[in-house]
Design a protein around this ligand. Structure first.
Ligand code: TA6
Length: 296
Protein backbone atom coordinates (compact mmCIF):
# COMPACT_ATOMS: atom_id res chain seq x y z
CA UNK A 1 0.00 0.00 0.00
CA UNK A 2 2.65 2.51 1.05
CA UNK A 3 4.78 1.46 -1.94
CA UNK A 4 1.92 2.18 -4.34
CA UNK A 5 1.90 5.82 -3.18
CA UNK A 6 5.44 6.20 -4.53
CA UNK A 7 6.63 8.56 -1.83
CA UNK A 8 10.14 10.00 -1.67
CA UNK A 9 11.53 10.39 1.88
CA UNK A 10 12.58 13.96 2.73
CA UNK A 11 13.65 13.90 6.37
CA UNK A 12 13.37 11.68 9.44
CA UNK A 13 10.96 12.86 12.16
CA UNK A 14 11.11 10.18 14.88
CA UNK A 15 12.66 6.73 15.02
CA UNK A 16 9.76 5.23 13.03
CA UNK A 17 8.44 8.21 11.08
CA UNK A 18 9.56 10.54 8.34
CA UNK A 19 8.35 13.34 6.11
CA UNK A 20 7.91 12.42 2.44
CA UNK A 21 6.68 13.94 -0.81
CA UNK A 22 4.92 12.52 -3.84
CA UNK A 23 5.35 13.31 -7.53
CA UNK A 24 2.87 16.20 -7.20
CA UNK A 25 5.06 17.67 -4.43
CA UNK A 26 2.45 17.04 -1.73
CA UNK A 27 3.81 16.36 1.78
CA UNK A 28 3.03 13.26 3.84
CA UNK A 29 3.98 12.00 7.29
CA UNK A 30 4.81 8.32 7.06
CA UNK A 31 4.87 6.11 10.15
CA UNK A 32 6.36 2.64 9.74
CA UNK A 33 6.49 0.76 13.01
CA UNK A 34 6.64 -3.04 13.22
CA UNK A 35 3.17 -3.04 14.89
CA UNK A 36 1.44 -0.24 12.99
CA UNK A 37 1.73 1.94 9.89
CA UNK A 38 0.11 5.20 8.84
CA UNK A 39 0.31 7.83 6.13
CA UNK A 40 -1.03 11.31 6.82
CA UNK A 41 -1.35 13.97 4.11
CA UNK A 42 -0.77 17.57 5.15
CA UNK A 43 -3.34 18.45 2.47
CA UNK A 44 -6.58 18.21 4.43
CA UNK A 45 -4.87 16.85 7.58
CA UNK A 46 -6.00 13.66 5.92
CA UNK A 47 -5.10 10.19 7.22
CA UNK A 48 -4.97 8.06 4.06
CA UNK A 49 -3.58 4.82 5.43
CA UNK A 50 -3.59 3.02 8.77
CA UNK A 51 -2.75 -0.57 9.48
CA UNK A 52 -2.54 -2.34 12.81
CA UNK A 53 -0.88 -5.71 13.35
CA UNK A 54 -0.54 -6.10 9.59
CA UNK A 55 -4.23 -5.40 8.79
CA UNK A 56 -4.88 -2.36 6.57
CA UNK A 57 -8.12 -0.90 7.96
CA UNK A 58 -8.83 2.16 5.80
CA UNK A 59 -10.04 2.22 2.20
CA UNK A 60 -8.46 4.57 -0.33
CA UNK A 61 -9.84 4.87 -3.84
CA UNK A 62 -7.40 3.74 -6.53
CA UNK A 63 -8.41 6.85 -8.47
CA UNK A 64 -8.13 9.24 -5.54
CA UNK A 65 -6.33 12.43 -6.55
CA UNK A 66 -3.31 13.09 -4.35
CA UNK A 67 -2.21 16.32 -6.00
CA UNK A 68 -4.04 18.84 -3.81
CA UNK A 69 -6.63 19.62 -6.49
CA UNK A 70 -9.65 18.12 -4.70
CA UNK A 71 -10.53 16.29 -1.45
CA UNK A 72 -8.90 12.88 -1.17
CA UNK A 73 -11.36 10.01 -1.74
CA UNK A 74 -10.81 7.57 1.12
CA UNK A 75 -9.05 7.48 4.48
CA UNK A 76 -10.42 9.94 7.04
CA UNK A 77 -11.56 13.21 5.42
CA UNK A 78 -12.12 15.98 7.99
CA UNK A 79 -15.51 17.54 7.32
CA UNK A 80 -15.42 20.91 9.08
CA UNK A 81 -16.87 23.48 9.95
CA UNK A 82 -19.99 21.96 8.47
CA UNK A 83 -21.19 18.54 7.41
CA UNK A 84 -22.78 17.99 3.98
CA UNK A 85 -24.11 20.87 1.89
CA UNK A 86 -23.44 24.26 3.51
CA UNK A 87 -26.24 25.05 5.98
CA UNK A 88 -28.30 28.22 5.92
CA UNK A 89 -26.33 29.79 8.77
CA UNK A 90 -23.23 29.62 6.54
CA UNK A 91 -24.89 30.50 3.24
CA UNK A 92 -25.88 28.04 0.54
CA UNK A 93 -23.59 26.92 -2.28
CA UNK A 94 -20.33 26.73 -0.36
CA UNK A 95 -18.16 23.59 -0.65
CA UNK A 96 -19.76 20.38 0.57
CA UNK A 97 -18.31 19.28 3.95
CA UNK A 98 -16.53 22.61 4.55
CA UNK A 99 -12.93 23.53 3.81
CA UNK A 100 -10.68 21.79 6.36
CA UNK A 101 -10.20 18.87 3.97
CA UNK A 102 -8.86 21.14 1.21
CA UNK A 103 -6.43 23.29 3.19
CA UNK A 104 -2.79 22.56 3.89
CA UNK A 105 -2.24 21.83 7.57
CA UNK A 106 0.94 22.49 9.53
CA UNK A 107 2.86 19.86 11.47
CA UNK A 108 2.96 21.21 15.01
CA UNK A 109 4.76 18.34 16.70
CA UNK A 110 5.48 14.63 16.53
CA UNK A 111 6.84 12.32 19.20
CA UNK A 112 7.10 8.62 19.82
CA UNK A 113 6.79 6.41 22.88
CA UNK A 114 7.26 2.66 23.16
CA UNK A 115 3.52 2.23 22.46
CA UNK A 116 2.59 4.82 19.86
CA UNK A 117 3.37 7.88 17.76
CA UNK A 118 1.68 11.16 18.64
CA UNK A 119 1.15 13.70 15.86
CA UNK A 120 -0.24 17.22 16.15
CA UNK A 121 -1.38 19.15 13.10
CA UNK A 122 -2.89 22.61 13.17
CA UNK A 123 -4.88 24.92 10.93
CA UNK A 124 -5.80 28.54 11.62
CA UNK A 125 -8.13 30.93 9.87
CA UNK A 126 -6.73 32.61 6.78
CA UNK A 127 -7.98 34.65 3.81
CA UNK A 128 -9.51 31.60 2.08
CA UNK A 129 -11.29 30.35 5.22
CA UNK A 130 -12.50 33.87 6.13
CA UNK A 131 -14.04 34.22 2.66
CA UNK A 132 -16.12 31.09 3.28
CA UNK A 133 -16.66 31.35 7.02
CA UNK A 134 -15.89 34.68 8.73
CA UNK A 135 -14.60 33.38 12.05
CA UNK A 136 -11.26 33.23 13.85
CA UNK A 137 -10.35 29.71 14.91
CA UNK A 138 -7.53 27.37 15.82
CA UNK A 139 -8.15 23.82 14.74
CA UNK A 140 -5.97 21.03 16.08
CA UNK A 141 -5.82 17.45 14.92
CA UNK A 142 -4.25 15.07 17.39
CA UNK A 143 -3.51 11.54 16.27
CA UNK A 144 -2.26 8.80 18.48
CA UNK A 145 -1.16 6.10 16.10
CA UNK A 146 -0.34 2.74 17.64
CA UNK A 147 -1.94 -0.71 17.71
CA UNK A 148 -5.05 1.47 18.34
CA UNK A 149 -5.79 4.71 16.53
CA UNK A 150 -7.16 7.79 18.27
CA UNK A 151 -8.05 10.87 16.30
CA UNK A 152 -9.25 14.06 17.99
CA UNK A 153 -10.30 17.23 16.17
CA UNK A 154 -10.36 20.21 18.53
CA UNK A 155 -12.07 23.43 17.55
CA UNK A 156 -11.00 26.54 19.46
CA UNK A 157 -12.71 29.88 19.02
CA UNK A 158 -9.97 32.54 18.91
CA UNK A 159 -12.37 35.35 17.96
CA UNK A 160 -14.58 37.60 20.05
CA UNK A 161 -18.03 36.26 19.12
CA UNK A 162 -19.49 32.74 19.46
CA UNK A 163 -19.69 30.49 16.38
CA UNK A 164 -21.47 27.26 15.50
CA UNK A 165 -19.85 24.30 13.80
CA UNK A 166 -20.73 20.79 12.70
CA UNK A 167 -18.61 18.16 10.99
CA UNK A 168 -17.49 14.59 10.71
CA UNK A 169 -14.52 12.29 10.76
CA UNK A 170 -15.68 10.70 7.52
CA UNK A 171 -13.87 7.36 7.87
CA UNK A 172 -13.76 5.00 4.88
CA UNK A 173 -13.20 1.42 6.09
CA UNK A 174 -11.81 -1.35 3.91
CA UNK A 175 -14.26 -4.25 3.74
CA UNK A 176 -14.23 -7.68 2.16
CA UNK A 177 -17.60 -7.38 0.39
CA UNK A 178 -20.98 -5.70 1.06
CA UNK A 179 -22.54 -8.94 2.33
CA UNK A 180 -19.74 -9.38 4.88
CA UNK A 181 -20.33 -6.01 6.59
CA UNK A 182 -22.04 -6.08 9.98
CA UNK A 183 -22.50 -3.06 12.22
CA UNK A 184 -23.86 -3.01 15.75
CA UNK A 185 -24.55 -0.06 18.04
CA UNK A 186 -25.99 2.28 15.41
CA UNK A 187 -29.40 2.39 17.12
CA UNK A 188 -32.59 1.76 15.13
CA UNK A 189 -33.41 5.29 14.03
CA UNK A 190 -31.88 7.10 11.12
CA UNK A 191 -32.51 10.01 8.78
CA UNK A 192 -32.42 8.66 5.26
CA UNK A 193 -30.40 11.10 3.17
CA UNK A 194 -31.57 9.29 0.02
CA UNK A 195 -35.21 10.11 1.00
CA UNK A 196 -34.99 13.81 1.96
CA UNK A 197 -33.84 12.88 5.47
CA UNK A 198 -37.01 10.88 6.18
CA UNK A 199 -36.90 9.45 9.74
CA UNK A 200 -36.68 5.68 9.38
CA UNK A 201 -36.55 2.67 11.70
CA UNK A 202 -34.73 -0.56 11.00
CA UNK A 203 -33.93 -3.28 13.51
CA UNK A 204 -30.54 -4.25 12.09
CA UNK A 205 -28.12 -3.01 9.48
CA UNK A 206 -27.86 -4.86 6.17
CA UNK A 207 -25.71 -3.56 3.32
CA UNK A 208 -27.50 -4.62 0.13
CA UNK A 209 -28.21 -1.29 -1.60
CA UNK A 210 -26.99 2.34 -1.61
CA UNK A 211 -27.03 3.76 1.90
CA UNK A 212 -26.58 7.33 3.12
CA UNK A 213 -27.94 7.46 6.65
CA UNK A 214 -27.56 9.66 9.69
CA UNK A 215 -28.06 7.49 12.76
CA UNK A 216 -29.22 9.89 15.46
CA UNK A 217 -29.17 7.63 18.53
CA UNK A 218 -25.96 5.61 18.26
CA UNK A 219 -24.24 3.90 21.17
CA UNK A 220 -20.88 5.42 22.05
CA UNK A 221 -19.29 2.11 21.00
CA UNK A 222 -19.92 0.84 17.47
CA UNK A 223 -18.95 -2.74 16.60
CA UNK A 224 -17.95 -3.11 12.97
CA UNK A 225 -17.16 -6.37 11.24
CA UNK A 226 -15.76 -5.64 7.79
CA UNK A 227 -15.28 -9.29 6.85
CA UNK A 228 -11.53 -8.59 7.07
CA UNK A 229 -11.38 -7.38 10.66
CA UNK A 230 -13.53 -6.97 13.74
CA UNK A 231 -13.32 -3.42 15.04
CA UNK A 232 -14.60 -1.26 17.83
CA UNK A 233 -15.19 2.41 17.07
CA UNK A 234 -15.47 4.45 20.26
CA UNK A 235 -16.89 7.87 19.53
CA UNK A 236 -16.07 10.99 21.50
CA UNK A 237 -18.66 13.79 21.57
CA UNK A 238 -20.30 12.74 18.28
CA UNK A 239 -24.08 13.31 18.20
CA UNK A 240 -24.58 10.88 15.33
CA UNK A 241 -22.98 8.24 13.13
CA UNK A 242 -23.25 8.47 9.36
CA UNK A 243 -23.13 5.32 7.25
CA UNK A 244 -22.51 5.64 3.51
CA UNK A 245 -21.95 3.41 0.52
CA UNK A 246 -22.82 4.91 -2.90
CA UNK A 247 -23.26 1.47 -4.55
CA UNK A 248 -22.38 0.81 -8.17
CA UNK A 249 -24.14 3.67 -10.01
CA UNK A 250 -23.26 6.22 -7.33
CA UNK A 251 -19.59 5.25 -7.48
CA UNK A 252 -19.56 5.30 -11.28
CA UNK A 253 -20.79 8.91 -11.19
CA UNK A 254 -17.68 9.98 -9.22
CA UNK A 255 -14.49 10.32 -11.28
CA UNK A 256 -12.27 9.65 -8.24
CA UNK A 257 -14.16 6.52 -7.11
CA UNK A 258 -12.77 3.43 -8.79
CA UNK A 259 -15.58 1.43 -10.35
CA UNK A 260 -15.26 -1.73 -8.26
CA UNK A 261 -14.23 0.14 -5.11
CA UNK A 262 -17.76 0.45 -3.76
CA UNK A 263 -17.76 -3.31 -3.12
CA UNK A 264 -14.88 -3.08 -0.63
CA UNK A 265 -15.68 0.06 1.37
CA UNK A 266 -18.08 1.31 3.98
CA UNK A 267 -18.05 4.75 5.57
CA UNK A 268 -18.86 4.81 9.27
CA UNK A 269 -18.48 8.42 10.35
CA UNK A 270 -18.24 9.97 13.80
CA UNK A 271 -20.28 13.09 13.24
CA UNK A 272 -21.94 16.22 14.53
CA UNK A 273 -25.00 16.64 12.32
CA UNK A 274 -27.75 18.12 14.53
CA UNK A 275 -29.12 21.26 12.78
CA UNK A 276 -28.21 23.44 15.78
CA UNK A 277 -24.56 22.25 15.61
CA UNK A 278 -22.17 22.96 18.47
CA UNK A 279 -21.82 26.49 19.73
CA UNK A 280 -18.28 27.47 20.75
CA UNK A 281 -17.84 30.65 22.80
CA UNK A 282 -14.74 32.88 22.52
CA UNK A 283 -11.69 31.22 24.10
CA UNK A 284 -13.62 27.96 24.47
CA UNK A 285 -13.01 24.71 22.63
CA UNK A 286 -14.84 21.55 21.66
CA UNK A 287 -13.45 18.19 20.49
CA UNK A 288 -14.84 15.48 18.23
CA UNK A 289 -13.01 12.21 18.05
CA UNK A 290 -12.83 8.46 17.94
CA UNK A 291 -10.68 5.54 18.96
CA UNK A 292 -10.44 2.57 16.65
CA UNK A 293 -9.55 -0.77 18.13
CA UNK A 294 -9.02 -4.19 16.53
CA UNK A 295 -10.88 -6.95 18.35
CA UNK A 296 -8.62 -10.01 18.57
O1 TA6 B 1 -21.26 11.18 4.59
C1 TA6 B 1 -22.04 10.85 3.51
C2 TA6 B 1 -21.96 11.97 2.48
O2 TA6 B 1 -22.38 13.17 3.04
C3 TA6 B 1 -22.80 11.54 1.28
O3 TA6 B 1 -23.98 12.25 1.15
C4 TA6 B 1 -21.85 11.62 0.12
O4 TA6 B 1 -22.03 12.71 -0.67
C5 TA6 B 1 -20.49 11.54 0.81
O5 TA6 B 1 -20.62 12.15 2.05
C6 TA6 B 1 -19.26 11.99 0.08
O6 TA6 B 1 -19.19 13.36 -0.09
P1 TA6 B 1 -18.03 13.98 -0.96
O7 TA6 B 1 -18.24 15.47 -0.91
O8 TA6 B 1 -16.73 13.57 -0.34
O9 TA6 B 1 -18.18 13.42 -2.35
Amino acid sequence: MIEYLNLTPLQPLTRHSHLARNAADQRFIVIQHPDYQAVLALYGGHLIHYSSQGSPLLWLSRSALLDGSRPIRGGVPLCWPWFGPSPERVGVGKPQHGFARTQIWTLDGISETAQSTLVHLCLGDNAASQALWPHAFALELTLEVGPELTLLLTTRNTGSTPFVYSGALHTYFQSQAPEAVQIQGLGNTYLDQLQQKRPTHEASFVLDKPVDRIYTEPASRIELDTGLARLQLLNHQADSVVVWNPWQAGAAAMADFDDQGWRTMICVESAITAPEGIQVAPDEEHSLGFTLRLVP
